[in-house]
Design a protein around this ligand. Structure first.
Ligand code: 13P
Ligand code: SF4
Length: 389
C-alpha cells in the first residue's frame, strides 16, 4: 500500500510571516538583529554545510521534532523536549549549542550546560504561546493565595518543560519538579509522595490527562485556576478540596484538535488508529487509541505493521515527516486544516545559516542566557526531573 498523505488546506491558519515584529509582552517577541540571507538563495544548503564543517566539534545542533525539514537535516540530534534537554546536558565539550526549537527549550539548555558553553536560538522570536500563558507575577499571586488559605504547605508545584525559566525557577524555589510529556506520570507520582496536592503549570491538558488517565484521579479532583480572574475564579473550598490545581494554559496547536476530528476520521478511514499528543484536550485524548509524547508517537508509528492506518494529532512538520518515512503505512493528519506551530517554524534555513556563519566569523548571535539566581533554582527542578526513576 502506498501512503495516502493529503496536504491539509492552508486556509485556516496562515503561517506567521517570518518577519521582524516586536512584542515585548511575549516570551521572546524580539527582533532578529541579523542580516539574513534571502530564502531564495540557492546556496543556503551548501552554506550551512560549509559553516558546520568549519565549526566542527565546536558546535552541536539540536533539532526538535516540530522543526522544518530544511532545518532538521542539519541537526546532530533530533528529539522531543526531554531527549533534547538530556542531549544538551550530555555535551559539555561543545562550545556552542545551536537550538533549533523554541525559547524555553534554549533556556533549559543554558541552565543544563556549563558556564563556558553558549546556547544560540537562531531566531529570538521563536517563543511558545503556551509558555507565555504563565507569567511569574501571576504564579506568585496564586501561591500567595494558597498561603493565605493555609494550603501552600500541601502543594507541590510541577511545571511542564514548556514554561519560562522564571517559572521553572519558581518551581525549584518551592521544591517542585519539571516534567515533559514523556515523564509527566513519573513526575506526578513523585510529587504526590511529597504533598497531597499538585499545582500544575502551564498546560491544563497535560496535567488533567495525566492525572485522570494515568493516575486514577477523577475530573472532580481537578480544578482550573484562571490567572485572569480574582482568586483564580475558584472558591476557598474548591482549592482546599482539589488534588490537582491546573493552570489555565494550553497549546494553541494541539488545542485545535476536537472530538469531531476523531469522529470524522474514524468514519472516513475504517479501522484507523488515532494517535495523539497529551497536550490535546481531554475529550480528544479519551477518544483516541494511543496517547504520548512526540518521541512515543514516532516509535509507535515505526513499530506499526505495514498497511496499518494512522490519524495523528500533533504538529504538522512531524506528521508529514512520518508520512514520508513510512510510505507502506497510511498516515493522515487528524485535523484537515493546517496545523504548524508558527513559532517553531520561525527557525528556517536563512536563520540557521546566519547563526552558523556568525559563529564562524567569531561573533555569538542570539545567545540565550538565564540569570544565575533563576538558573540555580530552575536547575534544581530540572535535576529533579532528570533524577526521576
Ligand atoms: P514534547 O517535545 O515533550 O513532545 O512536547 C511537544 C511540544 O509541544 C514541544 O513544544
Ligand atoms: Fe508551544 Fe504548542 Fe508550539 Fe509546542 S507546539 S512550542 S507547546 S505552541
Amino acid at each position: 500500500m502506498t501512503s495516502t498523505w493529503v496536504e491539509p488546506s492552508n486556509t485556516a491558519t496562515a503561517l506567521l510571516l517570518l518577519g521582524r515584529g516586536t512584542d515585548p509582552a511575549s516570551e521572546a517577541g524580539v527582533d532578529c538583529p541579523g542580516d539574513l540571507p534571502s530564502p531564495s538563495d540557492p546556496d543556503l544548503v551548501a552554506r550551512a554545510m560549509a559553516a558546520k564543517l568549519a565549526l566542527g566539534d565546536r558546535v552541536f545542533v539540536l533539532g526538535h521534532h516540530y522543526q522544518r525539514d530544511e532545518v532538521i537535516q542539519f541537526a546532530d540530534v533530533t528529539g522531543d523536549s526531554f531527549k533534547l534537554a538530556r542531549e544538551a546536558a550530555a555535551r559539555p565539550d561543545a562550545e556552542f549549542i545551536v537550538f533549533c526549537g523554541v525559547h524555553f527549550m534554549a533556556e533549559s539548555a543554558d541552565i543544563l550546560t556549563t558556564a563556558d558553553q553558549k546556547v544560540i536560538l537562531p531566531d529570538l522570536a521563536a517563543g511558545c504561546s503556551m509558555a507565555d500563558m504563565a507569567v511569574l507575577s501571576q504564579v506568585e499571586t496564586a501561591w500567595d493565595l494558597f498561603e493565605d488559605l493555609g494550603i501552600a504547605g500541601d502543594v507541590v508545584p510541577v511545571t511542564y518543560m514548556n514554561s519560562s525559566a522564571d517559572i521553572k525557577g519558581f518551581v525549584g524555589r518551592n521544591k517542585g519538579v519539571v516534567c515533559t510529556s514523556s515523564n509527566a506520570k513519573r513526575a506526578l507520582d513523585w510529587a504526590f509522595e511529597q504533598g497531597s496536592k499538585v499545582f500544575f503549570l502551564p498546560d491544563q491538558h497535560l496535567g488533567r490527562n495525566t492525572a485522570v488517565l494515568e493516575m486514577g484521579l477523577t475530573l472532580d479532583d481537578c480544578v482550573l485556576y484562571d490567572p485572569h480572574k480574582p482568586h483564580g475564579g475558584l472558591t476557598p473550598e474548591q482549592l482546599r478540596d482539589a488534588k490537582m490545581i491546573l493552570w489555565r494554559g494550553h497549546c494553541s496547536v494541539h488545542g485545535r484538535f476536537t472530538l469531531s476530528c476523531v469522529e470524522e476520521v474514524r468514519e472516513r478511514i475504517p479501522g484507523v488508529n488515532v494517535l495523539v499528543h497529551p497536550e490535546c484536550r481531554h475529550e480528544v485524548v479519551t477518544a483516541a487509541d494511543y496517547v504520548g509524547s512526540t518521541e512515543y508517537i514516532i516509535k509507535t508509528v515505526e513499530a506499526a505493521p505495514a498497511g496499518s492506518a494512522w490519524a495523528i494529532g500533533t504538529e504538522l512538520n512531524l506528521v508529514r515527516r512520518l508520512a514520508d518515512a513510512h510510505p507502506d503505512k497510511q498516515i493522515t493528519f487528524l485535523e484537515r486544516t493546517v496545523c504548524y506551530c508558527s513559532t517553531m517554524n520561525r527557525i528556517d534555513l536563512p536563520h540557521l545559516v546566519w547563526a552558523l556563519e556568525e559563529l564562524v566569523a567569531g561573533r555569538t548571535p542570539n545567545q540565550i542566557t538565564v540569570d544565575p539566581d533563576t538558573s540555580a533554582f530552575a536547575r534544581s527542578a530540572l535535576d529533579q526531573m532528570l533524577a526521576l526513576p
